[in-house]
Design a protein around this ligand. Structure first.
Ligand SMILES: *Cc1c(COP(=O)(O)O)cnc(C)c1O
Length: 401
């Protein structure tokens, strides 16, 4: 008789690992969202005011984006059906890339399916074994993972600390040179940081990396559409466009659609089309998403964008006033307002009380941020009404009673 096939231990092993997560207070689960209408969101049958989204200009629900997506569905179908280099390089993708390059004031841009895929494709296309990637300690996970994937040596500098960056770049410069002049050194930072809402000292970082002959990649995920002339971002606002080798962004936040991009020189774009594996070996972005993103950029870069950036700015000022009178001192003055609570459990319970008061604002805790740095992360949108902000202020005060 045949031996009985041993039962797979798969479920038992996963069960044990998940149990460990639960015991460590790190269990996460999804919230099922029924409907979204601007900043109002239905969760578990309850209508909440959403202070957790990244739709900073309120463009996700704009009819121009829906109309552009519908037109692309009619013209190109639901799928791009192939990678860009095979047969998927649709007119909508090229139009989107031209819009991104125009917005950024750069010669070229390459669109990816997500910002995450943009990072994962780009860093390994630019550096590899023998090179060095120097990351701000708080850069997004996708840049950390991409740097690891590249095979380069990783170094981390203290958050927004140019002296520490300079120290590391001096260490890099002291490494032995190869015959081709390497190692290449790529510095990676965000402009407006996603969890802290603070801004990198980009002008000083540029001066520093130029001094040491390093390259710089700036992730403008939270600044594109929000900051600078036409919403071009912090690099453009500071007049550094020609001095930053690689700009990155997402089309899923202020632009109101979905996708990611890299912008820079023509040679950078050519390199990515030839070497970025998430570009080469992945079906091209969904036509409807690319068309919606192009419409989102058109709006963000025009008078409608200026109007919405103005509204966002006054919402930030009003929210800051509410938050301060509730006894919090936010560490940023951007559309990302982290309220530092400290203990993981305290942040979770404040988030729960806000939820009871009709406010959706998540507790952000380890491993997204360091242990003991748990916080409520409020995000503001041009679409928030004065009534939304007043409610937020009232809900934050309730915590003390
Ligand atoms: C959201 C985000 C990304 C990833 O962009 P997606 O389009 O959501 O994949 C990258 N970097 C930062 C800083 C982000 O906040």
């Amino acid at each position: 008789m045949a031996e009985p096939v041993p039962k797979s231990d798969f479920d038992a092993v996963l069960g044990q690992r998940l149990g460990e997560l639960r015991n460590a207070g790190l269990w996460r689960e999804l919230r099922r969202v029924g409907a979204v209408d601007g900043t109002s969101i239905v969760v578990d049958g309850r209508r909440l005011r959403n202070f957790a989204g990244n739709d900073y200009l309120g463009l996700a629900a704009h009819p121009d984006l829906a109309e552009a997506a519908a037109r692309a569905l009619r013209d190109f179908g639901a799928s791009s059906t192939a990678s860009r280099l095979i047969s998927g390089s649709l007119d909508v993708h090229h139009r989107l890339e031209e819009r991104i390059a125009d917005l950024k004031g750069l010669p070229a841009a390459v669109a990816f399916s997500t910002g995450h895929a943009a990072a994962m494709g780009t860093i390994p296309a630019l550096v590899g074994g023998g090179d060095i990637v120097v990351l701000d300690r708080l850069v997004h996970a996708c840049c950390v993972d991409a740097a690891r994937l590249s095979g380069a040596t990783l170094r981390v500098f203290r958050h927004n600390d140019v002296d520490d960056l300079d120290r590391i770049l001096r260490w890099c410069a002291a490494r032995p040179r190869s015959t081709d002049g390497g190692p290449r050194v790529l510095v990676v930072t965000e402009s407006l940081f996603s969890m802290d809402g603070d801004v990198a000292p980009l002008a000083d970082i540029v001066t520093c990396k130029e001094h040491h002959g390093a390259w710089l990649m700036v992730d403008e995920a939270h600044a594109t559409g929000v900051v600078g002339p036409q919403g071009a971002g912090w690099v453009a606002r500071l007049g550094l466009t020609d001095r930053v080798e690689v700009q990155m962004g997402t089309l899923g936040k202020a632009v109101g659609a979905s996708g990611g991009f890299i912008a820079g020189s023509r040679r950078l774009a050519d390199m990515l089309v030839n070497r970025a594996r998430t570009f080469l070996f992945s079906t091209a972005p969904v036509p409807a998403a690319a068309a919606a993103a192009a419409a989102g950029i058109r709006l963000a870069a025009g008078p409608e964008g200026d109007l919405r950036r103005g509204r966002l700015e006054s919402n930030i000022a009003a929210a800051l006033a509410h938050v301060r009178s509730a006894g919090f001192e936010p560490r940023s003055e951007s559309q990302i307002l982290p309220l530092l609570v400290g203990a993981e459990s305290a942040a979770v319970s404040l988030s729960r009380r806000l939820l009871e008061a009709g406010i959706l604002a998540p507790a952000i805790r380890y491993p997204t941020v360091a242990r003991g740095q748990a916080r409520i992360r409020l995000t503001l949108s041009a679409a928030h009404t004065p009534d939304d902000l007043r409610h937020l202020g009232e809900a934050l005060v309730i915590r003390d009673s």
